[in-house]
Ligand binder design. Structure first.
Ligand code: COA
Length: 259
């Protein structure tokens, strides 16, 4: 299966791999890649069996080198505006996906590439990964959510250091800042391991927990707690909740059906 030639999908049932596939351009975000991301997110959302997606890049040099600077040179200012809108739409469709997305980062993870990974639920970096938001060194600023998502993830001061200097950091530094969840020798294997763990949990619980965090994060605590109750409520009538209790009582692993 493929979203298009620029973005490939490997379907392993409960787990998919979505791979940016323009290694000769270091998987830079051009029109085809962005359209492929949107399509992959739509396809993922429709799958009844899919639980978690590993998002990664082809080739050994980069997860994604950010905006396609070659394509960008040929765009008019109005075309740039339209394209940035499409990029934001594509990224948001990952963030709002009912599935769990795990970004597996290696090599260059710069600009829009880092911003894309910030839309995933979890990030795993290979030791060679270099992360950064170099946009201010290119006469622009992070325009695919970086100025909004990075401060929410790691705090304003830490985010500003990266955003205002455009500096590049190592995987270990990114781990210390909280940009990535894990550093691993093999980023894809580590992402797969996380995806498999997600696959063991109750599907409705995971989906509702993601909504509880994502849509509750910016709320006042009282409103956030009410939102958490609303998400919890969805799990109460499920068969999987009863299965979880039965499995505990019978000292066996649960067999969740997503119902
Ligand atoms: N857009 C378009 N093409 C890109 C690209 C980008 N963002 N990044 C790399 N490429 C292309 C290069 O132009 C080169 O093409 P060529 O072979 O036709 O000359 C090819 O990918 C390989 O790039 P190269 O620099 O030789 O590879 P590398 O592995 O040594 O370095 C990077 C990779 C990503 C570290 C380096 O290319 C880079 O710094 N790119 C710019 C990243 C950036 O500033 N992104 C932010 C955009 S807002």
């Amino acid at each position: 299966m493929s979203a298009n030639d620029a973005v490939l999908i490997e379907d392993h049932g409960a787990k998919w791999v979505v791979r940016l596939n323009m290694p000769e351009r270091r998987n830079a975000l051009g029109r085809d890649v962005v359209a492929g991301i949107t399509r992959a997110a739509e396809q993922a959302g429709r799958s009844k069996v899919l639980r978690a997606v590993v998002l990664c890049g082809a080739g050994d040099k980069a997860f994604c080198a950010g905006a396609d600077l070659k394509e960008r040179q040929s765009l008019t200012p109005d075309e740039v505006r339209v394209f940035v809108g499409q990029m934001n739409f594509a990224f948001r469709s990952i963030e709002r996906s009912p599935k769990v997305w795990i970004a597996a980062l290696h090599g260059a993870c710069l600009g829009g590439g880092l911003e894309l990974s910030l839309c995933a639920d979890l990030r795993v970096a290979q030791r060679d990964a270099i992360l950064g938001l170099p946009e201010v060194r290119l006469g622009i600023l992070p325009g695919a959510g970086g100025t909004q998502r990075l401060p929410r993830l790691i705090g304003v001061a830490r985010a500003k250091e990266l955003i205002l200097t455009g500096s590049r950091i190592t995987a270990d530094h990114a781990l210390a800042l909280g940009v990535v969840n894990r550093v691993a020798d093999d980023h894809e294997a580590a992402a797969h391991a996380l995806a498999d763990e997600v696959g063991l949990a109750a599907p409705i619980s995971v989906m509702q927990a993601k909504r509880a965090v994502d849509e509750g994060y910016d709320l006042h605590l009282e409103a956030g707690l009410a939102w958490e109750r609303a998400c919890y409520e969805v799990t109460i009538p499920t068969k999987d909740r009863l299965e979880g209790l039965a499995a505990f009582a019978e000292k066996r692993p649960p067999r969740f059906q997503g119902e």
